[in-house]
Write a new protein. Structure first.
Length: 151
């Protein structure tokens, strides 16, 4: 990886569908095929894992955004199995495994509090969960999982 690759990553991070010609001009490569080769190399190295759409959930009527902290019951590699089960629940956008008093943080999107309550009912009956602590998000300021990372 060199400075040009980092510049390409920075541009793709802000707008993943930036035209190759524009990236080329901004990086000094001037050749869309040279930019394409660098992007493909970063994909082969798993530096770039996926091109994803950032969804505006509000437009879809999904505007009940919550963060739920989960304390789990310890066991051998409990976090792997439970993390996968949590990620498969309806409305769960992201699951992070943490070190400390809290084991997992779930980011969820629902239509309303009734729909979220169904998720909470499911969580309360899952094996491996000791307790939860939920917070309703009033305003979300980020557009992606990685915020404003300087590459």
């Amino acid at each position: 990886m060199d400075k040009i690759d980092l510049k390409i990553l920075g541009m793709l991070h802000k707008q993943s569908n930036t035209p190759l010609r524009k990236i080329g001009i901004m990086t000094g490569l001037n050749s869309p095929s040279a930019v394409s080769r660098r992007i493909e190399a970063m994909k082969r190295l798993n530096i770039i894992k996926n091109n994803i759409a950032i969804i505006d959930y509000k437009i879809l009527g999904l505007d009940f955004y919550t963060i739920t902290f989960v304390r789990a019951k310890y066991g051998k590699e409990y976090y792997k199995d439970l993390g996968k089960k949590l990620m498969d629940l309806p409305g769960v956008v992201s699951v992070d495994f943490l070190l400390g008093d809290i084991d997992f943080v779930l980011y969820t999107i629902s239509r309303n509090s009734d729909e979220y309550q169904k998720l909470m009912d499911t969580l309360s009956t899952m094996d491996g969960i000791e307790r939860t602590d939920s917070h309703i998000v009033l305003q979300n300021f980020s557009r992606s999982n990685y915020g404003n990372v300087n590459l």
